[in-house]
Design a protein around this ligand. Structure first.
Ligand code: APR
Length: 266
């Protein structure tokens, strides 16, 4: 493990444009269960996953019903009480040192931004925002205002710019990834010469194709940090897997980067 941590630090320092890709695994040490791990939300409740596939269709057919159902689920409201962990903070440090240029995350929990990461591309949206699927305008989410609309029978909330119904910014199954974040993320994958993939099962597309997009570029290094091997490991899309918890491994990579950087300054 130590050798791989040393190698990851060297690979990241050598890179001109390193990016991090993250999934639910980086947030489990903050107390948010992942989806497909042993204690995952879908693992424990396959019906919940099946139901999640219906959400976008309900919004399209009946935005009022979507909002009535959406406002009853309190899960997302608990998010603001959850704190980033050492894995998130390690990525902030790599960005501050100048090693990491962007974080591309599937997570909707806002923990990367809460930790202090500046360039975060929220590929599956954010629980703290609303989005207009028609014109992509985004708004901070205000539950008091939403509950007031519900009481006044004025749901769905509507876009100030185009008047269309708003939905949660969270990208539902079957919903297209918003064009803006999809193209920015694709550009990062094309441009990067190092990619560190933290805590994702790499099974949900199109996000899971970003590593293969990066792989097409000669000389790119793709590092995985995960409790378990993933399809990226097995298929050889990633160069190596550092197996273990992101909250333990990422801070050790940061320490190694700092050590190498300070040696260089001597
Ligand atoms: N450290 C490292 N890896 C971890 C940790 C941890 N502390 N905890 C869990 N993992 C790993 C698991 O082994 C698994 O490979 O993180 C991965 C989590 O995978 P998923 O639960 O599938 O989460 P994710 O890949 O983010 O799912 C992608 O699926 O349901 C949709 O929209 C949802 O964004 C989500 C998408």
């Amino acid at each position: 493990m130590d050798k791989l941590i040393q190698k990851a630090a060297e690979d990241l320092i050598k890179a001109k444009h390193a990016v991090a890709l993250t999934g639910a695994g980086i947030s489990t040490e903050s107390g948010i269960p992942d989806f497909r791990g042993p204690d995952g939300i879908w693992t424990k409740n396959p019906d919940a996953e099946r139901k999640a596939y219906e959400t976008y269709g309900i919004f399209r057919r009946d935005p009022k019903r979507y909002w009535s159902e959406h406002l009853t689920t309190s899960f997302w409201r608990k998010m603001d009480k959850i704190e980033p962990n050492r894995g998130h903070l390690a990525l902030v440090e790599l960005e501050e040192i100048g090693v990491l240029k962007a974080v591309l995350t599937q997570n909707i929990d806002n923990l990367h931004k809460k930790a202090g990461s500046k360039r975060v591309l929220e590929y599956h949206g954010s629980v703290g925002k609303l989005r207009c699927p028609s014109c992509l305008s985004r708004y901070e989410r205000n539950d008091d205002e939403l509950m007031k609309l519900k009481e006044e029978q004025k749901l769905p909330p509507r876009c100030d710019d185009c008047g269309q119904p708003l939905k949660s910014d969270v990208v539902d199954f079957q919903e297209p990834i918003p064009d803006d974040v999809a193209s920015e993320s694709f550009q990062e994958a094309v441009q990067c010469d190092a990619m560190i993939i933290c805590g994702t099962s790499a099974t949900v597309h199109p996000f899971a194709t970003l590593p293969s997009t990066a792989r097409k570029k000669a000389g790119v290094v793709i590092i995985e940090v995960n409790s378990d091997p993933t399809p990226l490991t097995q298929s050889g899309v990633s160069d190596y897997l550092i197996q273990g918890k992101t909250g333990e491994i990422l801070p050790r990579i940061v320490e190694e980067v700092k050590k190498i950087e300070s040696e260089k300054r001597k």
